[in-house]
Design a protein around this ligand. Structure first.
Ligand code: TYM
Length: 353
């Protein structure tokens, strides 16, 4: 198994990123470790480590929209600190930023001959972000999913833990891989592995606290719409208290949440944080008004997020250690990327030194 995933280093890590993706990264990292230990026990010390995780800061993706260079640099280090605070262990997983591994940009170009304009034009993220002003967008915003395909195909990723919003990009990566294999490789030795998206069933889409129909996002101008992993207990309690709701009490069964997006979102968040099903949460809290449920949710959030915030605050100013983590990770990533990149050049008939 090879687990690969990335996050854009723009803005703060928020609860949607954590519950939708990062918590799964940590879980998979720990499972890989277990599997490797079991394999080593079976095969003795000479056994090869077969399961690997690579996680990266998608700083190349971040330039697809207007940005301030000095802020991107700082945000890349901050996001590295946030991932380590969440439990990504740079000794067990390869943690790096794309810009230090030129193979990502190179493979993107090689895949650009295979990706079709029509496929990219159908991406909902492109349509949402470009809105009515398509002509004024950067080429990078349009071809963004080709770079995302390169990110995972470069490492022969088998599993890609992401939130629901990235599913379509992963399907595109599979289409690109399939077409490239069909067009340029033989059936018995494909150049690329088709990656599988891993989406958490209970927390695939965490919504804004101000609007239960919009996803919680770094780009929402309202800070009240999201819980940042760096928020302190008072901020968390205040944001939860002010979260939009409706006047009805919580139902006792999940069907009662139909047509109540804000209530559904808060119950979903509670369930994900507590590791319970929505039904179990409603079994316990059904009939309660939000005056009682919100403080319970806020306290649970503080309990889960406080240790992460403490670690984050310890790490975030240690520039030297964070730089060292990324340099070490990138060196490994460059090594792992090399064989697939060569295979792609060769398959296309391109001669390299
Ligand atoms: P990004 O930086 O927007 O988000 C990082 C991860 O968090 C998930 N996520 C959410 N999950 C549930 N509810 C939400 N409200 C929510 N908001 C964000 C995202 O699904 C994602 O898994 N293009 C990607 C980064 C990327 C990438 C890749 C991911 C670049 N290359 C290769 C996987 C594989 C992005 O912008 O994610």
């Amino acid at each position: 198994m090879r687990v690969v995933s990335g996050i854009q280093p723009t803005g703060n890590l928020h609860l949607g990123n954590y519950l939708g993706a990062i918590r799964n990264w940590v879980r998979m990292q720990d499972e890989m470790e277990e599997a490797n230990r079991a394999q080593a026990a079976e095969g003795g010390s000479a056994a090869k480590k077969l399961n690997e995780c690579l996680f990266f800061l998608a700083d190349l993706h971040a330039i697809s929209q207007p940005h301030v260079p000095a802020e991107l640099k700082a945000a890349t280090l901050e996001m590295t600190a946030a991932l380590v605070a969440c439990g990504i262990d740079p000794r067990r997983s390869v943690l790096f930023n794309q810009a230090q591994v030129p193979a990502h940009a190179e493979l993107q170009w090689l895949l650009s001959g295979t990706a079709r304009m029509g496929w990219l034009g159908r991406m909902t993220q492109w349509k949402d972000k470009a809105g009515k002003n398509r002509e004024g967008q950067s080429v990078a915003l349009f071809s963004y999913p080709v770079l995302q395909a390169a990110d995972v195909l470069l490492y022969q990723a088998t599993h890609v833990p992401v939130g629901e919003d990235q599913k379509q990009h992963l399907e595109l990566a599979r289409d690109i891989a399939q077409k490239f294999n069909n067009d340029f490789a033989s059936e018995d030795s494909p150049v690329f592995t088709l990656p599988e998206p891993i989406i958490p069933p209970g927390a695939a889409r965490i919504m804004s606290l101000r609007d239960g129909t919009a996803k919680m996002s770094k780009s929402d101008p309202s800070e009240m719409s999201r819980i940042n992993l760096s928020d302190d207990a008072d901020e968390i309690m205040r944001k939860v208290r002010k979260a939009k709701t409706d006047p009805e009490p919580l139902p006792s069964e999940a069907a009662g949440l139909d047509g109540r997006p804000e209530a559904l979102n808060l119950v979903t968040i509670y369930a994900a944080l507590a590791g319970q099903s929505v039904e179990a949460v409603l079994g316990e809290h059904g009939g309660q008004g939000f005056g009682a449920f919100k403080p319970a949710l806020g306290e649970l959030m503080v309990e889960v997020l406080a240790p992460i915030a403490t670690r984050f605050n310890e790490l975030r100013h240690d520039r030297e250690s964070l730089d060292a983590i990324l340099v070490r990770g990138a060196s490994k990533a460059r090594e792992w990327a090399a064989p697939t990149l060569s295979a792609a050049y060769n398959a296309l008939g391109l001669v390299r030194p």
